[in-house]
Design a protein around this ligand. Sequence first.
Ligand SMILES: NC(=O)C1=CN([C@@H]2O[C@H](COP(=O)(O)OP(=O)(O)OC[C@H]3O[C@@H](n4cnc5c(N)ncnc54)[C@H](OP(=O)(O)O)[C@@H]3O)[C@@H](O)[C@H]2O)C=CC1
Ligand SMILES: O=CCCC(=O)O
Length: 302
Amino acid sequence: MEVGFLGLGIMGKAMATNLLRHGFRVTVWNRTLAKCQELAALGATVGETPASVVSKCRYTIAMLSDPSAALSVVFDKDGVLEQIGSGKGYVDMSTVDAATSTKISEAVKQKGGAFLEAPVSGSKKPAEDGQLVILAAGDKPLYDGMIPAFDVLGKKSFFLGEIGNGAKMKLVVNMVMGSMMNSLSEGLCLADKSGLSPQTLLDVLYSLTIKKDLGAIANPMFKLKGPTMLQGSYSPAFPLKHQQKDMRLALALGDENAVAMPVSAAANEAFKKARSLGLGDQDFSAVYEVVKGAGGSGSGQP
Ligand SMILES: NC(=O)C1=CN([C@@H]2O[C@H](COP(=O)(O)OP(=O)(O)OC[C@H]3O[C@@H](n4cnc5c(N)ncnc54)[C@H](OP(=O)(O)O)[C@@H]3O)[C@@H](O)[C@H]2O)C=CC1
Ligand SMILES: O=CCCC(=O)O
C-alpha cells in the first residue's frame, strides 16, 4: 500500500517510520524539508509540496501541530486541495477542533475526494510501537480502506460516525488528561510540603518492587511521567504547547455546549503559565514546575 505523509514532527516521524518498517511505500513532506532526510534514509520518497504528495498517492495522512497548520497545508498554495479529487483520500490525524475538521472535509468533498479525521491517543513511544488509539470519523469507505495502515499505527481504531466526532472525542480525552497531570503535580507537591516523600506517593500508587498497581488511581500516565517529573526531566514526548492548545479547544467546546468545567479551566491556566515561562516545547509534565512555584517551594521558574 502506498501512502503520503505530511508532517514529520515527534508523532509524524514515528508513524511514518513505522509504516515504512511494515512495508508501506511512503512519500513524505514536511514544512522544514530537511526533516525528510531521515525518512528518506529509511526508504521514503520525498515530495516537494503537499500537492505533489497527494498527486502521487491514493491516500495521504497528515499529522500537524494545530488548526492553523492543518488549514494551511490544505488551503494554501501547493496545498492538498490542488490535487485532491475523485479516488483519493485525505486523512488528518492532527488534534484539531471540529470546526477545522469540518472546513477541511467540506473542501475536500467539494473537489470529489474523501476525508477522514483520525486523531490519536498515545504519545511518542506508542507511535513508535504501533500502539496508538485511533479516533476516526467521516468517510466510512475511506476508514475501511485505511484499516491496513491503522492496524500498523494503532492497537485499536474507533469509527465514531460523522465528521467532528473524532475531533471532539480527542479533545475530551486530552481535557481529562491535562487535568489529571495538574492533579498529579499538586499531589506530588502536597506530599513534599507535608513532610512525605513524593517518591513514596508514586510507590503507593504503583509498586516498583512487585510491579503492580496498588491504588485505585494508579494509571499508565502517572507511572510513566511521575518518576521523570521528580527528576525535573521534561524531554518532550507530548509538547506542553500542544496540551495547552487541546485544553483551549476543549474549553471552547464546553462553552459551545454550556458545560461548566472549572477544573479544566484551572488546569488550562497552569499550562498557560508554563508557556509564559518558556516551557511550551518541554513535555506537558513540565506543568509540575508551575505547580511547585504556586505552592511556595520556588518561583515557578524551571
Ligand atoms: N506528541 C504527542 O504525544 C501527541 C501529539 N498529538 C497531536 O499530533 C499533532 C502533532 O504533534 P507532534 O508531532 O507532537 O508535534 P510537533 O510540534 O513535533 O510537530 C508539528 C508538525 O507540524 C508542522 N507544522 C507546524 N506548523 C505548520 C505550518 N504552518 N505548516 C505546515 N506544517 C506545520 C511541523 O513542521 P516543522 O517541522 O516545519 O516545524 C511539524 O511537522 C498535534 O496536533 C498534537 O496535538 C496527538 C497525540 C500525541
Ligand atoms: O495528544 C496527546 C496524547 C498523549 C497521550 O495520549 O499520551
